[in-house]
Write a protein that binds this ligand. Structure first.
Ligand SMILES: OC[C@@H]1[C@@H](O)[C@H](O)[C@@H](O)c2nc(CNc3ccccc3)cn21
Length: 448
């Protein structure tokens, strides 16, 4: 008989989305262009020519989507605010219609007993700011802090959990090093600058929140635990570089006040000497850390693989998702316990966890059978319980994602939703994984 799984009585079970991936109507009611409306309009940047012009049409269907969350018994909902709906030019004139949209959404969530958890930045930088250098311009810390102040002033009476940035690593690696995400740069000298300015902007927003905020603020990072393919010294060193580059590059400056030494080794002359004062700004005390977990990496040395000299080692017995990620729930436990060991005890939310699998056409009676996603969900929630048993102060868990949505450059084909979206009709159909998650939430994790 396995011991029952214990979650805190006020554990926040929910789902997560982001503005550009679900809202549609990106330019409605005075909103300005973002780097993603621009990227999507560039031929070849998004698979199949997909765009966020309609997406899940959430900008118009938000009330029904909140009703769907209520029907599933969700306790919380993590979403992002589109900066360019609030400040169409990124700075300057405020767009009241944009503020009003999120007012309505937040009020509807609260009216349905669902806790709003708001991300200020989930990758959709106003295009006008990109024209001024975007994350490469040090002034962006002030631009972001000014945007944050407007949003805190408007919603902090109702929003109790704020996230400054979603995944600075992905913004930098995808947007500035490999060019796979907006704004599509490929430049090893730009990447560290963008990354550092993201962290400066994060710190500037936290400073503003400490002036005017009454609740909690944190950062969301994606963590992929790294495991050496062998105990050969070059594989162990490669694993250390990979961990420094993806994971510790963000957590160390925020919680320890300095970058890992490996980054100078990785970037060489492209790694600047940062002013010490920046780390006072970056390492503002946080109320929680948000961790997005999807997979792990098994690493080996590969001298030809720029810039990390690391190559992933596929695990022959493992299940892999449609995005090529190994299903490895133990990595979630290791990530949460590892965070506590290195950075200390603080409230933790898993702010994204999910999987993309091919979903068969809808079965009879409108059911969508997704057994692989259900297995992934069960395994990851059991992994949470294991972390709690090891003393992690885990406060909540958000499944990525509520809805099938625009998977950035991969388009609509990669479906992460626990609710199926027929993009031709916008019909929503809870998948079997949504029905399973609803049961898990209703039993506070007991019925896995
Ligand atoms: O890819 C699924 C989601 C994505 O839809 C979210 O907007 C984003 O927050 C998100 N972050 C990850 C973490 N991993 C990752 C690794 C390489 C490229 C992109 C994301 C997965 N996801």
């Amino acid at each position: 008989m396995t011991r029952p799984i214990r979650f805190p009585s006020n554990f926040l079970w929910g789902t997560a989305t982001s503005a550009y991936q679900i809202e549609g109507s990106p330019l409605a009611d005075g909103a300005g262009h973002s780097i993603w409306t621009r990227f999507a309009a560039t031929p070849g940047r998004i698979a199949n020519g997909d765009t966020g012009d309609v997406a899940c049409d959430h900008y118009r269907r938000w009330r029904d989507d909140v009703a769907l969350m209520r029907q599933l018994g969700m306790k919380a909902y993590r979403f992002s605010i589109a900066w360019s709906r609030i400040l169409p030019q990124g700075t300057g004139a405020v767009n009241e219609a944009g503020l009003a949209f999120y007012d309505r959404l937040i009020d509807e969530l609260l009216a349905n007993g669902i806790e709003p958890m708001v991300t200020l930045y989930h990758w959709d930088l106003p295009a006008a700011l990109d024209d001024r250098g975007g994350w490469l311009n040090p002034d962006i810390a002030d631009w972001f802090a000014a945007y944050a102040r407007i949003v805190f002033d408007r919603y902090d009476d109702r929003v109790r959990h704020w996230v400054t940035l979603n995944e600075p690593w992905v913004v930098t690696d995808g947007g500035y090093l490999h060019g796979t995400l907006a704004p599509g740069h490929r430049n090893a000298y730009e990447a560290p600058i963008a990354s550092h300015n993201l962290l400066r902007a994060h710190g500037a927003a936290v400073q503003v929140y400490r002036e005017i905020g009454r609740h909690q603020i944190g950062l969301v990072v994606n963590i992929e635990p790294k495991y050496p393919a062998s105990d050969a010294p070059e594989d162990v060193a490669a694993t250390r570089r990979a961990d420094a580059y993806m994971n510790r590059q963000y957590l160390d400056p925020v919680f320890l006040g300095s970058y890992p030494a490996e980054l100078k080794e990785i970037f060489g002359p492209a790694w600047p000497d940062w002013p010490a004062r920046d780390f006072d700004l970056i390492s503002q005390k946080l109320d929680f850390i948000g961790i997005n977990y999807y997979t792990r990496n098994v690493c080996r040395h590969d001298g030809a693989n720029w810039p990390l000299q690391v190559a992933p080692v596929r695990q022959p017995q493992a299940t892999y998702t449609e995005t090529g990620w190994e299903v490895f729930p133990q990595g979630l436990t290791d990530t949460l316990v590892g965070f506590k060991r290195r950075y200390g005890d603080m409230p933790v939310y898993v702010m994204e966890n999910g999987s993309a699998f091919y979903d068969p056409p809808q079965a009879a009676h409108g059911r969508v059978h997704d057994p692989l996603r259900m297995d992934c969900l069960r395994g990851n929630i059991a992994a949470l319980a294991a972390a709690i048993e090891q003393g992690v102060d885990l406060r909540g868990y958000m499944v990525w994602s509520l809805l099938d949505n625009l998977e950035w450059s991969l388009g609509f084909a990669k479906r992460f939703g626990i609710v199926h979206v027929d993009f031709a009709t916008q019909r929503r159909t809870p998948k079997d994984s949504a029905l399973l998650y609803a049961r898990i939430v209703a039993s506070n994790g007991a019925c896995l």
